[in-house]
Design a protein around this ligand. Sequence first.
Ligand code: CAO
Length: 435
Amino acid sequence: MKQEIKLPEIADNVVSGFLSRILVKVGDVIAKDQSIIEIETDKAATDIPSPLGGKIVDIKVNAGDEVRVGQTIMIVEVATDSVVIPTEVGTPSQTAKASAESGMVSEKLPVQSGAVRHEVPASAGMTTPLAASLPLPTSAFVPASPSVRRFARELGLDISRVKGSGPGGRISDDDVKAHAKDVIQSPKTSQFAGYAEVPDFSKWGPVEAQPMSRIRTITAESTVNSWQTIPQVVQFEKADITEVEKFRLASKAAVERAGGKLTMTAILLKLTAMALKQFPKFNASVDMKNNQIIYKNYINIGIAVDTEQGLLVPVVRDVDKKSLTELSVELGGIAERARLRKLTSEEMQGGNFTISNLGGIGGTSFTPIVYPNQVAILGVSKSAIEPVYQDGAFVPRNMLPLSLSYDHRLIDGADGARFLGWMCKVLEQPFLTWL
Ligand code: CAO
């Protein structure tokens, strides 16, 4: 027996979504609850599971389509004895409804619990990507349909800058066109970057084009925004963490008892909060429009988290007010929620500075990109035992490579060198902060 699979309700007040990926193909035999498509809305990306097992005989939608709730997305051939006629809408294996004309059964799918991935919202200026070890995009909660967003993207426009003329500021194609006209006519034409056509790569070999996921798109937009608007300089240093590492290993068990893992990232969170107090310029934003620097009297730090879906940057708030144990527990929690796609949009906003630790993966150095509306980011690479010349002899020391990328509009080279030098000194001799 053939059954129609329809797009279920995704969230309150959401009537459609952007189909970013089809995860199966005609002829596939799928299991019940297997994810079949990925739908993205303004707020989240969601895997849609199949409510039943069977063979896919037709797929009615394409990647890149805007799909409405209730629209048929697939037809599945199921063994007659396996069809479950649901009694009520909203739970798994429900809502199968015989269709007199087609002889098919309609199945309204449940949304897989816990499968919603929240994205980095762009608050009024506090963007964090990134999902790129990056900042959150400012366009995540702009009221515009996926097709309008796509249109703006194709024109190389940042949708968050478009003024919507519809109810509640909803943005239409005409609004995007009007904005494009403004940008072209404005002397600041650099905002209108446009995207160049790519060559036909299939001339040289087989290719497969896949639509970008929402997180990838946000990361791409955010990094382009940052790259084009922030003149960045990178300062490198190596910190001797031999003593800190001894302290970390000795204190690990105590932190574990509190439910956390004492890692270098947690230690750097604590230390960075102290550095931001010492060097307030690094805890600021540049507001060119109003020709001012905004200094923040709170210390919120974004942490780049590598996830299967891409880079996310949740924010730890009021870092200066928390103990190392509290920070370790919180860091473990947000990193796990990021990987499970369970971060709230609130947790993705409001960062002043970012830490990107690639040391658990590897590498001797890298140059992270400053997030939009922040002025610096600390890159951390893998620590290693190295020979260091001290008092006339080489001694083995545990050295941690650090790189600080900063916005030269606000921060000069000497500031960058002082900031990173201070961090290295305190990592080497933490008691210095007592002075
Ligand atoms: N040098 C050497 N080892 C390091 C290290 C460093 N700089 N940083 C972490 N490690 C070790 C940890 O001690 C841990 O070792 P054990 O398992 O033996 O205890 C291991 O690497 C894994 O650490 P972790 O990832 O569990 O914990 P963390 O708190 O150090 O890092 C997080 C958390 C979220 C930062 C990390 O998991 C992550 O996602 N990093 C990737 C960030 C990223 O993608 N950045 C690029 C963004 S684009 O600019």
